[in-house]
Design a protein around this ligand. Structure first.
Ligand code: GLC
Length: 755
């Protein structure tokens, strides 16, 4: 491993790198006489045509090759020989390389040392913040606030680009219906519309409207596609999905990303019905490029091309590379197979046109970023120091965290807690756990930056005696701490019990066969709640958890997910009433893992549950309803819905209809409500879901204030794929639902008459 700019071991390398740079011709970087005009495709194409005409086949394959940098305890490293690879044009981009210094040094080797001076792309997983870490995506989705999500992505872009990052592998737009799957934490939940809204916001936040600005970067819609269908909720497993479900559930958010102008896509690890997504021309050429006219580039997932050998769809590396490139995967992340393709071209096994089209997409991305104009524009050490973790960025992170927190239960209005309490016991293994505050995929986030829940409570309750007892570990069977915890609870006016999962129990390759609270946390909860003190349970977790016992016995429950760097301040402000919780669940909470998959937009079946009829869909040992439904979340106030009305009771096929509803804050505190609009196509060519989200609006209401909320349902909102897979409106009866979640709604019927 070679270390860059490390002042300890590896010093000898610095000498050689410096010597290497000194040897470089002192001529400034030159590409063309005239300044490049980013907005003129003709000039861009002329520039790229000229450059490609001078590239060797090997240099072209080098542009399609992504290597990885790594960070160890002394700083950034690149693999042995990495600098020679850059110099020889065998690498076009890097994964996990960031930092103004490191990116500057590597860029200098490429730009001043390689034959054609083509700048490198530097990429990283900036998933929910770079140094200022925002709530994990499933938490952000709980805000149902696309504007706030866009701001979070923009701030992440500002910080990441100041550290030399040109490209993030976000947003993850996979629909997730299986909480056993650890990656449910990385996405926006189970609904196509909510996921699409968050995707569009995120893409706009990362890319802005001018990629040549030095505070915008390439976004990446991943993982294409239907990764969430993996069987058993087990990461990397096989997926199965029908064409209709693929197009109505799993594709819409990716299509929304294309419509939002996303510049890149990433292929998914899974196969669909035996066809790996990394070798699936129907997906990456047929749908993505032919149907959607996506012009951007597709990157493989980490060694995804090499894994075609494991899938058993190629028996040599070269054949795997040929299949992937022909399927439309432009960049080879970490398999280092595309550098072997010149032999296939020379042997007549691969037409160079496949390589040329991929190279062009890579060069277009570099051109749009302005890297040919100024390859060092993103390597500003000064900006890196100025832009990271600013007060404003922290404030934005706290506000989004507050909006992402979901109030699940609040018996007898236990919450908000009084600020005049004499004593509070803060108990639980996640009460003072900074890494989990940040969550997984925390980029350049640092645990020491995080405000834990304990710290947040202390700062917001300066006059209250706060006793902290961990009580138990997150995931072992040691109950020896229960006595101390129970004693602390008995001594306090109230208890805040922070339970959940460690951040490393979700995200990639972190799947569970159980979605119960890990370890002995449920037993700790039983011991604490048995004290009959006022107990507030705060959950920090990366997936829906089956917390039926808590639901039945805890006086109050708050879902905080992993709230980010401002976790403690956000949670404290919610618990103490400075902020009224407004979050709504973007995923269904099962009662038990045995119910999975369970999601709100399911079909009715031929035998919908009927308590009076044994022979209807049911379990012997559980209700079929979820613990908490999609869209659910409480408030410290209450909202009344009435006067749901449609502009017409009957419309013609192709017409729109206006939907209005009155929402009143009939409680005593101001608060925000997410008003949700669903439809149901009662009779179709195929069986249609019992609910489909078709709109949502956050409204802020003062106590007593009423608001008429308006929605418009268009022809597209009523359309679906018929039995022949034709996208159309099927005339007939529809139900329109409006409410504060997917179950408790007002409804009206609408008739759509055929032409
Ligand atoms: C990982 C993930 C993907 C990530 C990539 C680069 O395996 O699947 O989401 O962007 O590799 O780190």
């Amino acid at each position: 491993m070679i270390r860059l700019k490390s002042w300890t071991a590896g010093f000898s390398f610095i000498t050689s790198l410096t010597a290497l740079l000194m040897a470089v011709s002192s001529s400034a970087y030159t590409t063309s006489s005239a300044p490049l005009n980013y907005r003129n495709d003709t000039q861009m194409n002329e520039f790229i045509d000229d450059l490609m005409s001078r590239m060797t086949l090997e240099e072209k394959c080098g542009q399609l090759t992504m290597s990885a940098g790594h960070w160890n305890n002394t700083g950034p490293v690149v693999k042995q020989g990495g600098l020679d690879d850059i110099k020889e044009g065998r690498i076009g981009s890097f994964l996990s390389v960031y930092g103004a210094d490191m990116t500057y040094q590597l860029q200098q080797v490429a730009v001043e040392n390689s034959r054609l001076h083509i700048p490198l792309l530097f990429s990283h997983d900036v998933i929910h913040g770079f140094r200022t870490i925002f709530p994990v995506p499933i938490g952000q989705a709980s805000s149902w606030d696309p504007d706030a999500v866009e701001e979070a992505a923009h701030i992440a872009a500002v910080e990441a680009t100041a550290s030399g990052v040109h490209w993030t592998y976000a947003p993850m737009v996979d629909i997730a219906r299986d909480p056993r799957w650890g990656r449910i934490v990385e996405g926006w939940g189970e609904d196509p519309l909510l996921c699409s809204a968050m995707t569009v916001a995120s893409v706009h936040g990362y890319q802005g409207n001018d990629l040549s600005r030095s505070d915008t970067l390439l976004a990446c819609a991943k993982h294409f596609v239907a990764y969430g269908t993996i069987e058993g909720g087990r990461d990397y497993n096989s997926g199965e999905v029908t064409e209709r479900t693929l197009r109505e559930v799993y594709l819409p958010s990716f299509h929304a990303a294309v419509d939002a102008g996303v510049e890149t896509f990433m292929s998914a690890f899974n196969d669909i019905g035996g066809v790996p997504c990394h070798a699936n021309p129907y997906l990456t050429r047929g749908i993505l490029r032919d149907e959607w006219a996506f012009p951007g580039l597709v990157v493989s997932d980490y060694t995804g091309i090499k894994e075609l050998l494991n899938h058993g769809v190629a028996d040599t590396r070269e054949k795997a590379g040929i299949r992937a490139l022909k399927a439309g995967v432009d960049i080879d992340m970490l398999s280092d197979i595309y550098n072997e393709l010149p032999a296939a071209v020379k042997a007549g096994d691969l037409d160079i046109s496949y390589i040329d089209e991929a190279v062009r997409r890579v060069l277009v991305a570099k051109y749009k970023l302005g890297l040919f104009e100024d390859p060092y524009r993103y390597c500003s050490g000064k900006k890196e120091a100025q832009q990271s973790l600013t007060h404003e960025h922290r404030a934005a992170a706290r506000e989004l965290a507050e909006k992402s927190i979901v109030l699940l239960k609040n018996n007898n209005a236990l919450l908000p807690l009084s600020k005049n309490m004499d004593s509070v016991a803060v108990i639980g293994p996640l009460a003072d756990e900074p890494h989990s505050c940040l969550g997984s995929w925390a980029a350049a986030g640092k645990a020491e930056d995080a405000v834990t829940i304990l710290t947040g409570l202390k700062s917001h309750l300066p006059d209250t005696q706060i006793t902290y007892v961990q009580g138990c570990s997150i995931d072992d069977d040691d109950t020896s701490g229960f006595a101390e915890a129970t004693n602390a609870a008995n001594q306090a006016d109230a208890v805040i019990l922070v339970l959940g999962e460690h951040r490393d129990m979700s995200a990639e390759a972190k799947c569970r066969t159980s979605i119960d609270l890990p370890g002995v946390q449920n037993d700790l909860a039983k011991a604490i709640i048995a004290t009959e003190k006022p107990v507030v349970v705060v959950l920090m977790n990366g997936r829906p958890l089956s917390i039926s016992w808590l639901e039945e016995n805890a006086p109050a429950i708050v879902e905080a997910w992993y709230p980010g760097v401002e976790a403690g301040n956000a949670v404290a402000r919610i618990l103490l009433g400075d902020v009224n919780p407004s979050g709504k669940l973007p995923v269904t909470f099962p009662r038990s893992v045995g119910q999975i998959p369970i999601y709100y937009n399911h079909r009715n079946t031929g035998r919908p549950f009927d308590a009076a009829d044994t022979y209807t869909t049911r379990y012997l040992d559980s209700p079929i309803t979820p613990l908490y439904p999609f869209g659910y979340g409480l408030s410290y106030t209450s909202f009344a819905y009435d006067a749901l009305s449609l502009s017409e009771a009957e419309i013609n096929e192709g017409d729109s209809v206006e939907v209005t509803v009155n929402v009143t804050n009939d409680g005593e505190r101001e608060g925000s409500e997410v008003v949700q609009l669903y439809i149901r196509d009662l009779v179709g060519d195929t069986a249609r879901p019992v609910r489909e989200l078709r709109g949502f609006k956050r409204v802020f209401l003062l106590p007593g204030e009423a608001r008429t909320v308006h929605f418009t349902l268009t022809e597209d909102d009523f359309s679906c794929y018929d039995a022949a897979m034709t996208w159309r409106v099927e005339p007939g009866r529809f139900q329109i639902f409006v409410g504060g979640n997917s179950v408790d709604t007002l409804s009206k019927e609408l008739l759509i008459k055929g032409k």
